[in-house]
Design a protein around this ligand. Structure first.
Ligand SMILES: [Zn+2]
Length: 205
């Protein structure tokens, strides 16, 4: 009985702890191969910095980008109802656009935090695919790249689906991963069918 009394508080703590644990990527974040300067240090409230760093680091390794490459700044702002997030970059026509990512305020307010992380990962893929032709060196302006063209590149889709796996490895939410894959299939499947039809028609004319 005395023994049980002594162990009871510890036993209760051990039972309660898993319920108190808040999922973050902190425990594994230290093991990231990406150096300090190549990481996010601050993100809008609601976005987990450590998970974002895991996604960003994984993508850089997959695409052969320098591991010290800094991520762009991330802002929250009002976006059209069709957009969860956007990648903004300067072009000859809009040279004042800051190279950055914007997450819709409605996305932040109404979506699951894991889904918001994936939306950020999607834009980070745009960042890397836009920089890659320039050896990952930031330019003053970029040609007006059609998002469609990047979305329909099989490698782009491998990378964004991979981001869903990175998130799954941290949080193990199969429900959210299914949602990411469903959106990937539904939205980009439609876009890519449209793109390939357009290319076929152009070739035919
Ligand atoms: Zn996109």
């Amino acid at each position: 009985m005395t023994n049980l009394k002594r162990w009871l508080p510890q036993l209760l703590l051990a039972i309660t702890l898993p319920f108190l644990a808040v999922p973050t990527a902190k425990s594994t974040e230290r093991a990231l191969p990406c150096s300090h300067e190549g990481r996010f240090h601050q993100l809008p409230e609601g976005l987990d910095v450590d998970s974002a760093n895991r996604i960003w680091c994984w993508m850089k390794r997959e695409l052969g980008a320098p591991l010290a490459l800094s991520p762009p700044p991330v802002f929250v702002g009002p976006l059209g109802s069709n957009n969860y997030s956007v990648f903004v970059f300067p072009t000859a026509q809009t040279p004042d656009n800051a190279f950055s990512i914007e997450i819709g305020s409605n996305t932040m307010r109404y979506e699951d935090p894991l889904f918001v992380l994936w939306a950020l990962g999607h834009e980070l893929a745009h960042v890397l695919f836009t920089l890659r032709p320039y050896g990952f060196v930031e330019q003053m302006t970029y040609p007006r790249i059609s998002a469609f063209t990047q979305h329909c590149d099989p490698e782009f889709r491998r990378i964004t689906r991979g981001a869903a796996d990175v998130i799954w490895n941290i949080f193990h939410s199969s429900q959210q991963r299914s949602r990411m894959f469903a959106l990937d299939r539904e939205r980009y499947g439609r876009e890519c069918a449209f793109l390939s039809n357009t290319i076929r028609q152009q070739k035919g004319s």
